[in-house]
Structures are given as C-alpha cells and as structure tokens.
Design a protein around this ligand. Structure first.
Ligand code: FAD
Length: 358
C-alpha cells in the first residue's frame, strides 16, 4: 500500500478547521486543508460571533487577530423581563481587558484565510482524493451525533439603536426565551430565541413592528431601535457526538458539539478544541495513533461536557419557566451581583473554560 500523502487532512475550512491548520504550522506534520470556496458566509447569512478573551489570545498567537476590527464588550448586563434580579459583569471582575469581542463570522473566516494564504498552507478541494494518516473533521456537523431540537428558533438581526452602541452587551431572559444584544460596529447584533411560531412571525414582521417588539423585549436597554440592517430566522439544536475520536479520525468544533448560541460559547469551545489538538500533535510521530487521539479526547472531556451543560441550562432560561423559577433566577442573579468572587469565577469560567477554576 502507498504511504499516505499527508499526516493530517483537515476537512472543513470554517473557523475551527482554519485555526487548526494555522496552529499546526511548525508541528513537523504534513497538513492539508480540504475546503469549499463558497463557504465563507455562515449558514443562514449574517452571524455575530462574540469571541472570548481566551479566543483572542489564540488568534493573536496565530497572527489572525490583526486582520479583524472587533467591537469589545467591557460589561454585560444580565436581567430578566418583568422580574427582579440583575447582574452586571465587568471585564475588571475577571481581570481581563474585555469580556469578549464581537466580529462577523464572514470577517473572521476571511482573516483566517488570508493568514493561511500568507503561510503557504496546502489547500485541496473537498472532493479531491487525498490520503492521510488521520482525518480531522471540522465540517460543522456530524451525521452520527445525538440531536436535541430546541423548541426555539433564533431571530438573528443587526439593528441601529437610538444611539451608537458602546461597549456594553445585554443578556435578557424573557418569557419567550433569551435575548442577546451585542455591540457590533456601533450597531447591535441581536440573537433572540423564541418559540418557532413566534420567531417566524418576528422574522417576517414589517420592520417597524419588529423594532417595536424588540424595544419592548429589551426593556429599554438600547432605547428605541432606529433601523434594521439584517434579519434571518435560524433553527436551534444541541448536537453532540458520543465520541470525539474514531479510527484514525478526530472531530472538533461543531462537528463534535453544536450548541445553542445563548452564551456565545460554541466557537470559543471549538477554538480551544483546535488549540489543544495542535498541542497534542506537536512532534507526534503518528497523529492517527489511537493512544495519541485518546489523550486528546481525555484533555477535552471536562471542558466540552461542562460547556454543553451550562449552555443547555441557559437555553432553558436557567431554572425554567414559571413564577417560582423566575424568583429563583432573580435570586441567583442578585447573589451573583453582590458577590465579587462568584462574579469573577463565573466570568473567568465563561472566558477560559474549566482551567480558569481558581
Ligand atoms: C446565530 C448564531 C450565533 C452564534 N454566536 C456565537 C458566538 O457569539 N460565539 C461563539 O463562540 N459561537 C457562536 N455561535 C456558534 C459558532 O458559529 C459555531 O460554533 C462555529 O461556527 C463552529 O465553527 P466550525 O468551524 O466548527 O463549523 P462551521 O462554522 O459550521 O464551519 C464548517 C465548514 O466546513 C465546511 N464543510 C462542510 N462539509 C465539508 C466537506 N465535506 N468538505 C469540506 N468542507 C466542508 C462548511 O461549509 C463550513 O465552511 C453562533 C451560532 C449561531 C447559529
């Protein structure tokens, strides 16, 4: 049998596949990235991405950060519609310059692609017959994952507020589902989860009606929104692959786990997957070796499981619907608000994953 042409074939040129390809430079491995050129945009169109400070550090090390114009988030206000309870998380709580940075998916992929072009990465067509010792699946989905369809869809929109958006983001638990408002280039990116019927109605409502409904749900957080620049409705699922490694194959990013966007964790988790896989493979003589792959899977287990659980709980409005749940949620937010060590723990956990545990 002929020797494989490459040590590693990465399938999928989304943000996670590109990050892995960049992180493997200098690893001593022969790496190819299989992609489809038309793939720069996110499925569904406009998609805001809140990158954590930890993701910034990864992208900086790979030289891809300087190609971005991110909108920093210095504070996040968490509240619930019509009930008591509010928490204000600040970058200073977590000891970082910003809690996150909002970019557009397409801009992030473009920045990674141009870095790949500069670094002379080996790109192959997605249907090219290429052999490799190990295949890294970063195609964004996997057919053999378990799937939970949320009874929510996301209305994803870009709106102009009454005033230019500053550096504050809002996460608001409404009876319909969580609503996130993220500053992006002086506008607000909106991710509004609601029952599929309601989401469809919001997605097709006339602009003035949609903006009025948004203003009411946001509870004055962004004043009266003035204009709508983009809007789409996207289905929400939790998809988790039971095992992230197989025979000479490894799954990362959304191909390993696809999360509800509520806390903006999916890509941040995927970038940590890519970074850790590159570290595991550094100087590995055979990247497809079962023990090497198992070592990687073990390193990622805690972070992935915990992030899936936290995100799933938040998607359900954490603690659920109803009067008592609302009161318990209000109490939890109040406790967080008045307890700086708890705020620090929570903020660092969301930024760095479980390794931030003090
Ligand atoms: C509305 C919304 C908002 C979000 N906001 C955030 C956020 O704020 N923060 C955050 O961290 N995450 C967020 N996410 C999640 C984030 O978008 C995903 O986690 C991230 O895109 C996963 O990256 P990926 O590279 O694994 O997969 P993808 O982005 O899906 O990319 C996979 C790529 O592989 C390509 N591909 C598929 N099949 C093949 C093949 N056979 N050969 C070659 N290529 C192939 C695809 O076309 C695509 O280009 C959000 C998600 C949604 C839906």
């Amino acid at each position: 049998m002929d020797a494989p042409q490459f040590d590693v074939l990465i399938r999928g040129g989304g943000p996670v596949g590109c990050t892995l390809a960049l992180a493997l430079r200098g690893s001593g491995l022969r790496v190819a990235l299989a992609w489809r050129r038309a793939d720069r945009a996110a499925p569904g169109g406009f998609r805001p991405i809140a990158l954590s400070y930890a993701s910034r550090l990864i992208l900086e090390r790979l030289g891809a950060w300087r190609g971005l114009s991110p909108s920093p988030i210095e504070r996040i206000e968490v509240s619930q519609a019509g009930r008591f309870g509010r928490t204000l998380l600040a970058a200073a709580d977590a000891g970082v310059p910003a809690l996150g940075y909002v970019v557009e998916y397409a801009a992030l992929v473009a920045a990674l692609e141009s870095r790949l072009a500069e670094s002379g990465a080996e790109l192959v067509r997605s249907d090219a017959p290429v052999s490799a010792s190990c295949v890294a699946h970063a195609e964004g989905s996997s057919s053999d994952a378990s799937e939970k369809r949320y009874t929510q869809d996301a209305v994803v929109a870009l709106v102009r507020g009454e005033r230019p958006a500053g550096r504050r983001a809002f996460e608001r638990f409404t009876p319909e589902g969580p609503l996130a408002l993220l500053p992006l280039a002086e506008r607000y990116a909106v991710i509004w989860s609601a029952h599929p019927d309601r989401a469809r109605a919001l997605g097709s409502a006339p602009e003035a009606e949609f903006l009025a409904a948004l203003a009411a749900a946001a509870g004055g957080a962004i004043g009266r929104p003035a204009a709508l620049d983009a809007r789409s409705v996207q289905p929400l699922v939790l998809r988790v692959r039971p095992a992230r490694v197989a025979n000479r194959a490894v799954y990362l990013g959304n191909a390993a786990q696809t999360l509800h966007p509520v806390a903006g964790q999916g890509l941040n988790l995927g970038l940590r997957d890519a970074w850790e896989l590159a570290r595991t493979w550094h100087n590995a003589p055979d990247p497809g070796d079962a023990q090497v792959l198992e070592r990687y899977a073990a390193r990622r287990r805690l972070d992935a499981r915990a992030t899936v659980r936290v995100t799933d709980a938040l998607a359900g409005g954490f603690l659920g619907a109803g009067r008592f749940a609302g009161a318990a949620r209000g109490l939890a937010m109040t406790v967080l608000d008045v307890t700086p060590p708890a705020r620090r723990f929570f903020a660092r956990r969301m930024i760095f994953g479980p390794f931030a545990i003090p």
